[in-house]
Ligand binder design. Structure first.
Ligand SMILES: *Cc1c(COP(=O)(O)O)cnc(C)c1O
Length: 238
């Protein structure tokens, strides 16, 4: 038997409790009620569980594997969900990302941004883009450095088929709450700077199941939650 034992009923319960938790944290840290969006990260999870979350009013879903997400979005087309690509981007995958997703949160280099701009049809709504930012001391493989942020943002801003929405970030996991906050606070400063140069920027995507509270305390506008909604994953999914 698989140890990811989620059922449709447990996903419905988890969606409600994660929402309650977000509301509690918003209150604790004087954030505007409802200002933090929940992105349900459904990578490796079957469409039946996505349906269960959607039945609770969840609309935004995140996927890490291009083709898996494309297949689910086609299967669940009638539900009119919003699909975010949050995984590493290989340049030979920019076409399916640009044609099947509503958002891409993991753009970290110009070459990828240019390919996405080219592959997004001008007949569609522009593709919503977050730049994945990593600070110098983080050990994740993807993400641009703070010095690369503004040139990349300028290109995205200028591309008719893309809309710059903000920053996504995945800090290295830390146990200590104050340490988590410190890193998120620095990421928030880069977000404010980006926002001051690009008025349409409204998204700071940071915080996962293990560090959601620190992220909201420091200004996240979107948290990306997998495990706390859908249960553990069989494959370690990064
Ligand atoms: C898997 C993943 C998440 C969700 O992580 P959990 O710890 O399961 O909540 C969020 N963001 C990204 C980029 C991921 O790959």
């Amino acid at each position: 038997m698989s140890h990811s034992d989620s059922t449709e009923g447990s996903v419905a319960d988890h969606i409600k409790s994660v929402r309650d938790e977000i509301a509690r944290i918003e209150h604790t840290y004087d954030r505007t009620p409802g200002s933090v969006k929940l992105l349900a990260v459904s990578k490796t999870k079957p469409s039946s569980l996505i349906r269960a979350a959607a039945a609770q009013g969840q609309i935004e879903f995140g996927e890490n594997y291009v083709d898996e997400g494309v297949n689910k979005s086609i299967e669940l087309k009638a539900l009119d969900l919003t699909w975010h690509y949050i995984g590493h981007i290989q340049s030979n995958k920019t076409r399916p990302i640009a044609s099947h997703y509503d958002w891409v949160q993991s753009v970290d280099r110009l070459k990828i941004a240019m390919r996405l701009a080219e592959h997004r049809s001008p007949d569609e709504k522009p593709l919503n883009v977050c730049i994945q930012l990593k600070l110098d001391d983080e050990d994740t493989k993807s993400g641009c450095s703070p010095t690369e942020l503004e040139p990349l943002a300028e290109f995205i801003d200028s591309a008719a088929t893309l809309t710059l929405r903000g920053i996504m970030t995945i800090p290295a996991p830390r146990e200590d709450f104050e340490q988590q906050r410190k890193v998120f606070a620095e990421l928030h400063r880069w977000y404010q700077k980006l926002k001051s140069n690009h008025a349409e920027v409204d998204t700071l995507s940071m915080g996962m199941s293990g560090d959601m509270e620190a992220a909201i305390a420091e200004g996240a506008t979107m948290v990306r939650i997998g495990t706390a909604v859908f249960g553990r994953r069989d494959k370690p999914g990064e």
